[in-house]
Design a protein. Structure first.
Lengths: 538, 94
């Protein structure tokens, strides 16, 4: 650690005080923190729901809840995790806090719109919760709202759909804000290929948010119209086509996977060069692969529908494209490994999480090929295999990317240092619990354990028990990690401006950053990952 | 970006654009009577796309924007066209 300490007494955390100053702030960093506190709260709620579901399945038959409660819980777990935590997560939190700083701007292009997006997000999240409790009929459709069931179910589906619709709007506005910010507010001299790779990933993500989210918004409105006005879009009884719903839903929801994962890829791309003290390997391929993933990712939605009755021709077409999208993902993985190769690797907590990201994402990616291939997908469709794959990609990818990001940027955000020892312990527990929880689900899935089932055949008892133990360990790891961060946000030692010897712009300003980030907008004269500064090189 | 420049289009041009839009709307309605089968939707979407492009170009002044912005809007159109085509290919072969 170097000896540079904070010299600016006023920063974005303390330049104004009081709850009202936070709730009405248009400062991108404060909005980012508001998102983070909201999202982490929802995450913990949904994690508890997941834990309860796992405890229910620790033994065959009914243990702690009824089948209907279980259905409601997995629906609520899915809706919260997908629409409230994972989709907005990294972009809304770290994108908001660091995008303007990393491109040398004082704020996003539309600060008031940014705050409005946050309140839309809160409104959507509130509606989502309300749908669980209003009239005593929690939605039990799963987060995918498949018709015809979602068009017929007597539960609060319309409220839940409205919630998802509202959350989608928040996502669209954030994406629009980021696109305009990146196009118009880069510091002088920061050409596209001098921009750090996290903003590149946010740029690709923002396009998906902007272009794909309206599709699901309209689709959800169509389901509402079908339920309330009996217009026949999807329900065969009304002359509709349920497969059309699946097309429209996945046209958004598969690209949404890249909304979840691309920013996480961007975060770890920042971490590898910093903790290897070496320029990122293959800057241009990594930047362009983000765009390639975003582009190809638009055309692979049909792999969620291989068993839906879709035409044979469409199935092989989507299968082929699914295999193609693996190429830009693999380019990133090879470049991350090459960045570390020959570098001065410093295994600090952010790097531990980033390496875990590669490990877990790769397992998720390879099992994704099993699901992208029509023949094998039909065997494991709607089994625990899919659930395991999904969690390896989303939790192992986005989740661990988020944990990597918070451990990386925590000293910058709060100006405090956390305990490295406890962070390492938390990581160890979390990583062990994660694999114990989800890996048995691959095996059980291949053996035929259906997803979303409340009960199971006794032959799955061993796998289910291991999985439940994993869930408890994982939850312990989460609590350990979060406790360490919360405690040290208040009681931690003062952090220097650049504790990790990073070279991107956020490390060149005090910790925490001043209200408007820069006294003078910097002029950029070189690429983002040049490690030749004697003050930043170990 | 030159979006702060003023672009004044003549009433005559705006009227012609309006006329074209009305004609295309009429065609959209009349085409239903031709009973084109599976291509009815394709025809409707094509006409709607043309109308949208005209509105964007003239009424929303895309014509006066720089090349990058025009390419971005064009790219978005292309993307949605491909998505719709892929979806309908499924229907065609099912």
């Amino acid at each position: 650690m170097n000896n540079q300490t904070t010299t600016t007494p006023l920063n974005f955390l303390n330049h104004q005080t009081g709850l009202w100053s936070w709730l009405t702030s248009t400062d991108h960093k404060r909005i980012g923190l508001l998102y983070m506190y909201s999202i982490v709260t929802f995450f913990l709620v949904a994690a508890v729901l997941g834990l309860l579901m796992k405890i229910e399945k620790s033994a065959p038959g009914e243990t702690i809840m009824t089948a209907q409660t279980y259905n409601a819980l997995f629906t609520l777990h899915g809706i919260i995790m997908i629409f409230i935590v994972v989709i907005p997560g990294l972009a809304a939190v770290f994108g908001n806090i660091f995008l303007p700083i990393m491109i040398g701007a004082k704020d996003v292009a539309f600060p008031k719109l940014n705050l409005f997006s946050f309140y839309l997000f809160l409104t959507g999240a509130g509606l989502g919760l309300y749908s669980q409790f209003a009239n005593g009929h929690s939605p039990d459709t799963g987060w995918t709202f498949y018709v015809p069931y979602s068009a017929e179910a007597s539960s609060n589906v319309v409220i839940a759909l409205t919630a998802a619709f509202t959350l989608g709007f928040a996502s669209i506005l954030t994406g629009l804000n980021f696109i305009v910010t990146i196009h118009t507010m880069r510091a002088p001299g920061m050409s596209w290929f001098r921009m750090p790779l996290f903003p590149w990933s946010l740029y690709a993500t923002a396009w998906i948010q902007l272009l794909a989210t309206p599709v699901v918004g309209i689709t959800l409105l169509m389901v509402i119209a079908e339920r309330t006005l009996h217009v026949g879009f999807f329900d065969p009884k009304l002359g509709g086509d349920p497969v059309l719903y699946q097309h429209l839903f996945w046209i958004y929801s598969h690209p949404a996977v890249y909304v979840m994962i691309l920013p996480a890829m961007g975060v770890v791309t920042e971490i590898f060069p910093t903790f290897s003290q070496k320029p990122v390997f293959g800057y241009v391929p990594i930047a362009l692969s983000s765009l390639a993933i975003a582009l190809v990712g638009y055309f692979v939605w049909g792999h969620h529908m291989f068993t839906s009755g879709m035409s044979y021709e469409s199935r092989w077409f989507f299968s082929l494209l699914t295999f193609l999208v693996a190429i830009p993902s693999a380019i990133k993985v090879f470049n991350w490994l090459s960045t570390m190769y020959g570098g001065s690797v410093d295994l600090q907590p952010p790097l531990l999480y980033a390496i875990s990201f590669i490990f877990l994402f790769t397992i998720g990616g390879f099992t994704g090929l099993t699901l992208g291939s029509v023949a094998t997908d039909i065997q494991v469709h709607n089994t625990d295999f899919v659930v395991a794959h999904f969690h390896y990609i989303i939790f192992g990818g986005m989740g661990f990317g988020f944990f990597a990001g918070i451990h990386y940027w925590f000293p910058k955000i709060y100006g405090k240092l956390y305990s490295i020892r406890w962070a390492n312990i938390g990581w160890g527990i979390l990583f062990t619990g994660f694999n114990l929880l989800y890996f048995p689900m691959f095996i059980m899935g291949i053996q035929g354990m259906p997803r979303r089932y409340f009960d199971y055949d006794p032959k799955f008892q061993l796998g289910q028990t291991i999985s439940t133990i994993g869930a408890i360990i994982l939850f312990t790891g989460l609590i350990t990690m979060i406790s360490n961060l919360i405690y040290h946000a208040y009681k931690g030692a003062t952090a220097p401006a650049n504790p990790w010897h990073g070279v991107t712009l956020e490390w060149q300003i005090p910790s925490p950053p001043p209200h408007e980030n820069f006294d003078e907008i910097p002029v950029i004269t070189r690429g983002p990952y040049v490690f030749d500064n004697p003050h930043t090189t170990k | 970006m030159n979006n702060h420049d003023s672009h004044i289009t003549s009433y005559a041009l705006n009227f012609k654009v309006l006329l074209v839009l009305l004609i295309l709307t009429t065609i959209t309605i009349l085409v239903i009577k031709l009973h084109l089968g599976a291509f009815t939707v394709a025809m409707a979407l094509t006409l709607a796309s043309v109308k949208t492009a005209i509105v964007l170009t003239y009424f929303m002044h895309l014509k006066f924007e720089n090349l990058i912005l025009r390419l971005m809007v064009g790219g978005v159109f292309l993307l949605f066209a491909i998505i719709i085509v892929i979806t309908f290919i499924d229907y065609y072969f099912r």
